[in-house]
Design a protein around this ligand. Structure first.
Ligand code: GZL
Ligand code: ZN
Length: 331
């Protein structure tokens, strides 16, 4: 009898130790590299397309997020420049119950209903790069990207710094894709700034679709119709300006000398052209948004509040800075 009593006492005692030992520690398992397995964060990223060097750099930076934090998974969809494809992708992310939707919108408007669907499923939405125009700003949690109007103002100031406000200038403009926040904002910022320059005339303005091929074709048309009268090319992005430089040379003129060129983005190829004296000013637009998106995603997952508008950091470069800056370019 005594022996049995001792056994049952030992069993009760060891049970008690097991229970107390298990309390108070987080119930996380650890993965093979010993990291705590907090709740995984699944991001659904709807990208608008792959039209430019800038876009490729942005996509790569965001696709790299899971390599920065093994607790994060990323689902990617390329909208191929069509809003309906992006809306389909957002609906699929909602159905998959992702933890965060990241949207780089191809155009500013037409997002209210699909963002309302995400809101009803309590899925936060982060708008990146280009912005949206919605009736109710609570339809998205935050915006991370550029002040596009500021980029247009900076481009105009590069021209004013060079020629002064009173110069007589014929300016041709290569616009980005119609309705894009980048196009609308840059054009608005530029036009407002050159209002102070009574003899600046935008003699031609047409979309080059943000691509090299279309930029070259449209600039070729401008050279045929206005060639000798063009003093300045204002291009909403570098890729169209790269194409335009080729068109200017094929028309027998010297880009960066006969025609003063300013553009936006800051891709390596444009810095190379500027270092070669074939362009005159670059307004930087930062595509490397991955690390900032990861931080915002972790804050939202942790229930922390995030700023509604987070501006990306961007500078301006002139021809004399090109050679020195070129080796620093990451995209
Ligand atoms: C700007 C981005 C623009 C780039 C272009 O933030 O949306 O779209 O300037 C790209 O190169 O096509
Ligand atoms: Zn920008």
């Amino acid at each position: 009898m005594k022996f049995k009593k001792i056994i049952s006492l030992i069993t009760i005692f060891s049970l008690a130790i097991a229970i107390f030992a298990g309390c108070g520690t987080k119930s996380t398992s650890t993965d093979d590299n010993g990291e705590d397995n907090e709740k995984r964060i699944i991001i659904g990223f709807s990208q608008l397309g792959s039209e430019s060097g800038w876009r490729t750099a942005e996509t790569n930076s965001i696709k790299n997020i899971p390599n920065l934090d093994s607790n994060v998974d990323l689902k990617f969809s390329d909208g191929q420049q069509k809003q309906e494809n992006q809306i389909k992708a957002i609906r699929s992310f909602i159905a998959q119950k992702v933890d965060l939707i990241v949207l780089d919108p191809v155009v500013e408007t037409g997002w209210d209903s699909v963002l309302q669907e995400a809101k009803e499923e309590k899925i936060p939405v982060l708008i990146v790069d280009r912005n949206v125009k919605v009736a109710d700003e609570s339809l998205y949690t935050a915006f991370l990207g550029s002040d596009m109007e500021e980029e247009g103002k900076k481009a105009a100031k590069l021209i004013i710094d060079k020629f002064g406000k009173d110069a007589n200038l014929n300016i041709v403009e290569l616009q980005g894709t119609a309705g894009a926040g980048a196009t609308v904002g840059r054009q608005k910022g530029f036009n407002e700034t050159v209002k102070d320059c009574p003899n600046y005339k935008i003699t031609k303005s047409q979309t080059g679709e943000f691509t090299r091929a279309k930029g070259k074709q449209v600039m070729g048309d401008f050279m045929k119709s206005d060639g000798d009268k063009i003093n300045v090319l204002w291009s909403h992005n570098d890729d169209m300006a790269v194409g335009a430089v080729q068109a200017i040379e094929e028309a027998g003129k010297k880009p960066g000398k006969d025609i003063f060129i300013v553009s936006v983005d800051g891709i390596k190829d444009m810095f190379q052209l500027m270092a070669d004296g074939k362009s005159n000013g670059i307004v930087e637009c930062n595509p490397l948004l991955g690390p900032q998106i990861l931080e915002i995603a972790k804050s939202i997952a942790a229930g922390k509040s995030v700023d509604k508008n987070i501006k990306s950091k961007e500078s301006v470069f002139t021809q004399d800075q090109a050679k020195k800056e070129l080796p620093n370019r990451k995209y």
